[in-house]
Design a protein around this ligand. Structure first.
Ligand code: ATP
Ligand code: FE2
Length: 342
């Protein structure tokens, strides 16, 4: 097994849970030196896991080379390899894990498997200086309100069906909007929503602390097809309803935990409307509102590298024989000793 002890240290992070293949070099003192990425863009429809995995395998060499080059760090200077171990799409995760295992063995350095959700939270904390936030993590595959309590990031509320980002993506596809590289569907919906004038009534579904978006998605598509409003009106109404649901649950978690910060992270964190709604709630509770910077909001290797560094520094590593991916790895299953250690 690899045993090189990190002295002056850099971590290589590999992210491959879904449509992005990312590789980044992050220093142990928290500097993101590079964050290379290549996204798989399906010709039509949603992500096909095996097609995405094939894309990842094809671009991995190029993305890894870019990560080293931009960071001006040689592979031999890496002292830790971190990879997204789950949750995510099996074939995609396995492609990243294979690259990570090969590199860790070749370089004779330790390997650490990172929970993707932890990655989104930790990079948000690093970038904003948040220490103990209530986090709203919203992306294409996840919608989670969480806060740290007794050793773990506890889930206070989550979606019961599809994720917030997925709701926006499937709606956009159903009404014929076009995705552009660099402009995900969520951003297209956001742009149109700004021009919406009329509020169209759509179902608001919060059950206890959990949320449901699938009925909302169907109702929004139906409203569009039955001409209840323009596409701009429906985008506006969809955002109003969905983001109010997210804000309600986040506010209740905040009122309950009395945490000092609200952190918004994940791909949907790029949305200015959602940011403004959460900021109002944070302000009302005297909490600092923190939002992950745009370049670190979507899936990226830097968040995996940084969460890997935190875990490794508190004694966690993943032997190769235990580095199989876990497609359903839940946030609250992760023991996170580094949070209290700080
Ligand atoms: P995860 O595995 O974390 O669920 P993911 O592959 O969905 O990952 P992210 O890159 O974190 O990855 O999030 C992508 C989602 O963010 C997509 O659903 C996309 O439409 C959404 N998104 C991106 N920009 C915006 C925006 N400005 N407004 C709303 N949603 C956005
Ligand atoms: Fe993600």
């Amino acid at each position: 097994m690899p045993k090189k002890k990190p002295s002056h240290s850099y971590c290589l992070g590999i992210e491959s849970t879904a449509d992005d293949f990312g590789a980044a070099v992050v220093s142990f003192d928290g500097k993101v030196l590079s964050n290379a990425n290549d996204a798989y863009l399906p010709k039509e429809g949603g992500i096909h896991p095996r097609e995405a995995a094939r894309h990842h395998a094809e671009v991995s060499e190029k993305v890894l080379a870019e990560a080293f080059e931009t960071a001006s760090v040689k592979p031999r200077e890496i002292s830790l390899v971190a990879f997204s171990q789950g949750p995510g799409l099996g074939p995609c995760l396995r492609t990243g894990a294979t690259a990570a295992r090969a590199l860790a063995s070749y370089l004779a350095v330790p390997l650490v498997g990172v929970n993707h959700c932890v990655g989104h939270i930790e990079i948000g904390k690093l970038a904003t200086g948040a220490v103990d936030p209530v986090t709203l993590y919203v992306s294409g595959g996840n919608t989670i309100v969480s806060a740290f309590e007794a050793g773990k990031y506890r889930i206070f509320g989550e979606t019961l069906d599809i994720a917030m980002g997925n709701c926006l993506d499937v709606f956009a596809r159903a009404v014929g909007l076009q995705q552009r590289k660099g402009a995900p569907f969520g951003a297209v919906v956001e742009e149109l929503a700004r021009k919406g004038k009329k509020f169209v009534s759509l179902p608001y579904t919060v059950k206890g602390m959990d949320l449901s978006f699938s009925g909302l998605h169907t109702a929004a598509v139906n409203a569009f097809e039955s001409n209840k409003g323009t596409v701009e009106d429906i985008c506006y109404s969809l955002q109003e309803v969905a983001f109010s649901m997210l804000t309600e649950v986040t506010e209740r978690a905040l009122a309950h935990t009395q945490k000092p910060e609200v952190l918004l992270t994940g791909g949907v964190a790029a949305n200015k409307k959602l940011q403004s709604m959460l900021k109002v709630v944070a302000d009302e509770h005297g909490a600092r509102f923190c939002v992950v910077p745009l370049k670190l909001a979507a899936d990226n290797g830097a968040m995996i590298a940084w969460a890997g560094i935190l875990a490794y520094n508190s004694g966690i590593s993943t032997p190769i024989e235990k580095s199989f991916v876990n497609v359903k790895w839940r946030l609250e299953e992760v023991y996170a000793p580094w949070v209290e250690a700080k």
